[in-house]
Design a binder for this molecule. Structure first.
Ligand SMILES: NC(=O)c1ccc[n+]([C@@H]2O[C@H](COP(=O)([O-])OP(=O)(O)OC[C@H]3O[C@@H](n4cnc5c(N)ncnc54)[C@H](O)[C@@H]3O)[C@@H](O)[C@H]2O)c1
Length: 257
């Protein structure tokens, strides 16, 4: 398997990360699957095996710097290279702006910002030696526009775009590209959590917030994890070699600028 390109996908145990892992495997990548949920990531690994592609599971927490660097070392030790780092793992918390505590802020930044930074740094260390590689980060429509009850989440996703743009400039001389993807309303566990909390804060029935958001999507349907994976297939491929520092909306038309 040394000839295959190699990708790491964090948060690959479900939702968008799982879809990206399956798509990159279908595209011919050997995939390393990370998630805090060990059981979930093993199931995705079995799915990858069933489509005839090799995978390695590396359970772990991206907010732990040492674990992230060890994960990348393990992948390079096993496969000899790293072509794409998909820093996908992230969490959400729904709260009115005035109720956010220091602990809330620390928790969400620790995973969405620090964790993403560690993944970018650990990948860059290997890719700078290789003089090639693609670092791809998870932002959001909330990384372009504030969304009610998601202010600290939005702050982390704006941060991801800032780090992505800066790293793109610093790493370009090594042949490394750095881009972010910005999904809209994707039907995953994350949105189940948002909908549930929103129903409490707004005192509306379960499912109503989700339905309202989907009804306002110009393309008229919820985003599937596979919609995001289609973009990732391009971003991780050689076809994207001349694109860097971008934060690409993949949201059915929610945000136009
Ligand atoms: N669902 C959406 O509508 C949406 C929209 C925009 C952006 N995003 C972003 O896309 C990414 C994936 O979202 P999703 O909807 O698939 O979420 P999800 O909650 O369905 O899945 C996230 C996965 O990440 C894992 N994870 C959480 N914390 C982790 C950690 N510290 N270390 C390793 N793994 C961890 C979880 O176990 C889970 O399997 C996130 O960064 C999210 O912010 C999602």
């Amino acid at each position: 398997m040394k000839g295959n390109k190699v990708a790491i996908i964090t948060g690959a145990g479900g939702g968008i990360g799982r879809a990206i892992a399956l798509r990159l495997a279908k595209d011919g990548f050997t995939v390393a699957l990370n998630d805090v949920n060990e059981e979930a990531v093993q199931l995705v690994s079995a799915e990858i095996t069933s489509i005839g592609q090799e995978s390695l599971t590396i359970p772990g927490d991206i907010s732990d710097r040492e674990q992230v660097f060890q994960m990348v070392d393990k992948v390079v030790e096993r496969f000899g290279r790293l072509d794409a780092m998909v820093a996908n793992a992230g969490i959400v918390q729904v709260k009115p702006f005035i109720e956010i505590t220091e602990e809330d802020m620390e928790k969400i930044f620790r995973i969405n910002v620090f964790g993403t930074l560690f993944c970018m740094q650990a990948a860059a260390k290997v890719m700078m030696k290789q003089k090639s590689g693609k670092i791809i980060t998870a932002s959001s429509t909330s990384g372009k526009r504030g969304v009610e009850f998601l202010s600290h989440y939005a702050a982390t996703k704006f941060s991801v775009i800032g780090m992505t743009q800066t790293a793109a400039k610093e790493l370009a001389r090594y042949g490394i590209t750095v881009n972010a993807y910005c999904p809209g309303v994707v039907g995953t566990k994350m949105w189940e959590e948002i909908d549930q909390k929103m129903s409490e804060y707004l005192n509306v029935p379960l499912g109503e917030t989700f339905k309202n958001r989907v009804d306002n999507i110009p393309l008229g349907r919820v985003e599937e994890p596979e919609d995001v994976a289609n973009l990732l297939s391009f971003l991780a491929s050689d076809d994207a070699n001349y694109m860097t520092g971008q934060a690409i909306m993949i949201d059915g038309g929610i945000v136009f600028s």
